[in-house]
Design a protein around this ligand. Structure first.
Ligand SMILES: [Zn+2]
Length: 428
């Protein structure tokens, strides 16, 4: 039986209430013991002195592009980028070709992941067939094939009646509904956040209200149906306030924030640079501050990247023509440290929770902790190393990041999946 002993790190496991220097022993793929001075002759050693040892990070919002769009990313390359970002588990959004709206596609993804991924991959099924927003997808059989949530991400479900039915179905299968909250009539044709900057640049705006009205509608429908409802990539001040309101009322409403939505705003974007084009768009400074306040106040439950690879040929087009989205797996932890921890907005324990127990709880994954018996998924990171992101060295097949050349302080050191070291920083 293979054993891995992670020595002398500061173990931060919010789910277990642990924050102390200790060793972690993983035996046969599972956490066997966490305590000081573990002796395990013959075990592989990982020296984590000076580092944080955390439960494996979970990214609940990733676009892996396989099947069908493999020139942008594959399950293998996406999972390698994830491992290099400290993630041990990633959730695959269903907007592939074909869309993951039935058990055959779900099984294909599960099978490819088993063969080629270096991390765990959990598929998310579509809400509607072809994510077209009309007929419900094969939710029950996809659940049997392994999905952990449903979402039409990339698109909202515009028809409220369809969304209500989907929520009723999801509730009966104990699946959360993740919505890409956007009113297409309000945002249609827009390329960036609507505000003084869009006027200055002469680009069509997407108002924050486009997100806000959908979050409001979905919270009302979640109350009606009793489903667990999750807001993807929350980006506006009012949307954060509405999720806080839903929580006060005791509703099972959760939300995630992306690093780019709390690290950047529309005023800071390089004009007409497509690496700053995403949905929701980079909003105002005031909105970005509200996302950080929501994270600090516990309204935001998870940090998720919305890693959205696009090949250079597509992102090189004029701003109005190029697709929405940026890659983000390898820069997420560095940005979270920079904007949330180094600024004193949140503690390290809270940061770890946002990457582990937060998403695990939303998706009911048996992960996100280093309690004995839990899967041997571990993220080792530090808070002081200085490094610069070079997008041309990314494990992703795509290069669409606004953080190329960005200098970071602290980041991933080693990534352990099921007791195996799947990535390690060059000097670690
Ligand atoms: Zn989305």
């Amino acid at each position: 039986m293979a054993q891995l002993l992670i020595k002398n790190g500061r173990v931060i496991d919010p789910a277990a209430g642990r924050d102390a220097v200790a060793d972690v022993l993983i035996d046969d793929g599972r956490v066997a013991k966490v305590s000081a001075d573990i002796g395990a002759p013959g075990a592989e050693l990982l020296d984590a002195r000076g580092c944080i040892v955390a439960p494996g990070f979970i990214d609940m919002h990733v676009h892996l592009r396989e099947p069908g769009i493999e020139h942008a990313e594959t399950i293998e390359t996406g999972s390698r980028a994830a491992a290099a970002g400290g993630f041990t588990s990633i959730c695959a959004m269903p907007n592939t070709l074909p869309v993951n709206d039935n058990a055959t596609v779900t099984s294909y993804i599960v099978d490819r992941a088993r063969k080629y991924a270096v991390t765990n991959v959990f598929p998310i099924g579509a809400i509607t067939r072809d994510s077209a927003g009309e007929e419900l997808a094969a939710i029950g059989s996809m659940k049997q094939a392994g999905i952990v949530a449903i979402s039409d991400d990339g698109h909202p479900v515009m028809n409220a009646r369809v969304m209500r039915r989907a929520m009723e179905f999801a509730r009966s299968f104990d699946l959360p509904v993740i919505d890409h909250c956007e009113d297409l009539h309000l945002s249609a044709g827009g390329d960036m956040h609507e505000g003084p900057q869009s006027v200055r640049l002469g680009l069509r705006g997407i108002p924050a209200a486009s997100e806000d009205v959908m979050v409001a509608r979905d919270i009302l429908l979640a109350e009606l149906t009793g489903v667990r409802f999750h807001v993807a990539h929350i980006s506006s001040r009012r949307a954060v306030a509405m999720v806080a309101y839903a929580r006060q009322k005791g509703l099972a409403v959760t939300c995630e924030a992306t690093p780019h939505h709390f690290a950047l705003c529309d005023e800071g974007m390089a004009p007409y640079d497509s690496n700053y084009k995403m949905k929701p768009p980079l909003r105002s400074e005031c909105d970005a501050a509200a996302v950080i306040e929501g994270i600090a106040a516990g309204v935001v439950d998870a940090i998720a990247t919305d890693h959205a690879p696009h090949p250079g040929s597509e992102k090189m087009q004029e701003f109005e023509k190029c697709p929405f989205g940026i890659i983000g797996l390898e820069t997420a932890l560095g940005l979270a440290l920079e904007k949330l921890v180094h600024t004193g907005k949140i503690s390290l324990a809270r940061l770890v929770a946002l990457f582990t127990s937060g998403p695990a709880g939303i998706l009911k994954l048996d992960r996100g902790t280093l309690a004995p018996g839990a899967p041997g998924d571990v993220t080792v990171f530090d808070t002081a190393s200085e490094w610069t992101y070079d997008v041309n060295r990314s494990f992703s097949k795509s290069r669409n990041s606004p953080f190329d050349g960005h200098a970071f302080r602290g980041g991933p050191v080693a990534t352990v999946v099921g007791g195996a070291v799947v990535w390690r920083r060059d000097d670690a």
